[in-house]
Every structure is written in C-alpha cells, then in structure tokens.
Design a protein around this ligand. Sequence first.
Ligand code: DGI
Ligand code: FE
Ligand code: FE
Ligand code: FE
Length: 189
Amino acid sequence: MNIKQMQDILKNMITQERMIHSIGVSDTAKKLAKIYGEDIYKAQIAGLLHDCAKCLDKEQMMYYVKKYNIYLDQIQIKEPELAHGIIGAYVCKDVFKIDDEDILSSIIYHTTGKEDMTKLEKIIYIADFIEPNRDYPGVDKLRDVAFNEGLDKSLLMAFDNTIKYVISIKKVIHPITVKARNYILDKLV
Ligand code: DGI
Ligand code: FE
Ligand code: FE
Ligand code: FE
C-alpha cells in the first residue's frame, strides 16, 4: 500500500480535523527524520497513521482488543486516551498491513513515551506535539528546540508539558509517562 492509498482509507476512519493533524504530524516527522538521520518513509507513515484508532468507538476498540488479545492495564482501560496508540498499532497491522516493528512501536508509545526510546519513537512523539496545527502556549519554543537543539532536549520539554497538562486536568499520570520523563532527564544531565 502506498501513502496515497493509506490516506484514502484513513480519512474514512477519523474526523477531518484529526486527518489534518495526522498529515501535519507526517510532514513534521519527515522533516525531523531528514535532520536527525532517520528513515524518511517510515517517519512519514508512522506520523500519518499514529492516531488511526483515535476516533474508534468503544465497540470498535473492543473488536481489536479481542481479535489480537491486546493487553491493557487498569489505567489504560479507564482512560481510552491512553489506549488509542496501542490499539492503533493493531489497526495498522490489520487495516494498513504494516508489519515494521519500528513503525508499530512508535505508534504504541506516541502518547506516553517510554524509557530508552528509539529515534523514530522520539520523532513521532515530538512531531505529534509540534505539527503546524498545534497551538498552545510554548509551542513555538518547542518547535525551535526540536529543529535546532536535538531530539532529547525537546522530548524532555514535551514530557514536562504533558505531565503538567495531565495534572491540570486532574487525571492519573501513567507510570510509563513518569519513567519516560525521568529517564531522559537523567540522560541529559
Ligand atoms: O492523540 P493526540 O491528541 O494527538 O495526542 P496524544 O496521543 O499524544 O495524547 C492524547 C492525550 O493523552 C493528551 O490529552 C495527553 C494525554 N496523556 C498523555 N500522557 C498521559 C495522558 N493522560 C493521562 N491521563 N495520563 C498520562 O500519563
Ligand atoms: Fe494520539
Ligand atoms: Fe503526543
Ligand atoms: Fe496525534
């Protein structure tokens, strides 16, 4: 399947707004891949498909969970927001015939991050944060750091941002998000 065919299928699975965001993440991931020496095609595909499960309803999510015997922990069950990356990776296998583990893991971890991330995982996490349609206080600074000061530094800023946001909406911070942030902090000092 080529990228155009993927786009045609994807646009029937997510809202128009989510599609615009996905194309933004794909383009941004492509740019970061060029700068930091990652496979451009993988970055483009992972960026395009990272939110493919974002607009599934509960029933559709359960279809994939059952079909692939997907393990979700208690926090991920309670917060579907934290499950759409994991389920998305299986949608990529099922619908888009993706079997590249590097692409799949960058989709699995695009919401929480994790310790010791691969270059592609970092690129997708960051691209999701800084794509051109994102607008939040500090986004321009984050873009500048991502393009000019390295993936790790911008990753830490993105984690800090996410954790502050999750606290502000009084939701549970998943332990993997905390571990991801502490790991990269430790690596940077
Ligand atoms: O799918 P997107 O909106 O493009 O972005 P995303 O998948 O990176 O994040 C989706 C949401 O998940 C976002 O509002 C932040 C939230 N999130 C990230 N880490 C955690 C979290 N929510 C909770 N409850 N706990 C976390 O650790
Ligand atoms: Fe997402
Ligand atoms: Fe994200
Ligand atoms: Fe996203």
